[in-house]
Design a protein around this ligand. Structure first.
Ligand code: G1P
Length: 287
């Protein structure tokens, strides 16, 4: 079976972006004039998903407003000659179903994903962490294809310098895999100290999970900080269902921090026909 639902955990308060996130959900921060959330939903749709499950917070009504279809906005964009972005907006909530589910308390990524269980049901599904923007849908499509072909879960991995591993989930892999993967995951540890980390392979923000993970999520025990970690559910899954790790291939922006967001805005603005030439000229004068 092919993953068709894309879960986007978006209930976090965005404290790294205070004070703007006091009023604006971080997923709606503009990448030039398109919210990050739209770019994430476009990636899921371009990878073949037709059901977006947004795990939101009641403190962030702006997310619900954004995914509510508004034909007047779409028509206005067309009048302004912005047909491509109008098309992207028009499919949300029409061709592509959106379900909003609420995470009442922020209790970690495992808990957030678990909130999508009823909406997704007994099917494989994708998870897209909205703090990470991608240049295209290639990697997610690869994970979905891999999961469909093998019946396994498939997650995105990246090699990083050992000094960086402690900010991520870190995996061990079965020996004998080609240097560029895919890898069979044998162990996962969430945010280990550098000296305890099993490898330099970290988990990034795209996952395709088989529905057997729902029971592993339901059985999660909190870490000392109270959070239920998705990595613990992955670890329980490895005993029964293979999990394949694929090295990331796509350009990636970490928009979870102001600096990462700024680099995404500049890069994407440089690439756009309507803003690129002018920004390039302005920047070169500035630098
Ligand atoms: C989460 C996951 C972690 C993963 C990371 C990728 O951590 O828990 O395993 O490596 O996303 O960005 P967070 O960044 O939410 O602390």
């Amino acid at each position: 079976m092919r993953a068709r639902a894309a879960v986007i955990p978006a209930a976090g308060l965005g404290t790294r972006f205070y004070p703007v996130t006091k009023a604006v959900p971080k997923e709606l921060l503009p990448i030039v004039d398109v919210p990050a959330l739209q770019i994430i939903m476009d990636e899921a749709i371009d990878a073949g998903c037709d059901h977006i499950v947004l795990v939101s917070s009641r403190a962030k009504p702006g997310l619900e407003n954004y995914v509510t279809p508004d034909p007047a906005v779409v028509a206005k964009l067309r009048d302004l000659g912005r047909g491509a972005v109008a098309d992207r907006l028009a499919r949300i909530g029409t061709d592509v179903r959106v379900t909003i589910t609420y995470q009442e308390n922020p209790r970690g990524l495992g808990h957030a994903v678990g909130c999508a269980r009823e909406a997704v049901g007994d099917e494989p599904f994708a998870v897209l962490l909205p703090d990470e923007l991608r240049g295209d849908a290639g990697l997610l499509r690869l994970l979905i294809d891999s999961s469909e072909a093998t019946g396994s879960s498939a997650i995105e991995l990246k090699r990083v310098p050992m000094d960086e591993v402690s900010a991520y989930g870190v995996v061990s892999v079965a020996p004998g895999a080609p240097a560029d993967g895919p890898f069979e995951i044998t162990d996962v540890v969430e945010k280990p100290k550098k000296e305890d980390a099993p490898s330099d392979l970290i988990i990034l923000g795209r996952y395709v999970l088989t529905p057997s993970i729902w029971d592993d999520i339901a059985a999660l025990k909190p870490h000392p900080n109270g959070e239920l970690q998705l990595t613990d559910a992955l670890l329980s899954q490895t005993g029964r269902v293979p999990i394949l790790g694929h090295l990331t291939t796509t350009e990636r922006y970490d928009t979870g921090t102001p600096f990462g967001w700024l680099t995404a805005v500049i890069d994407i603005a440089l690439r756009r026909g309507d803003t690129g030439p002018q920004l390039r000229e302005w920047l070169s004068g500035r630098l």
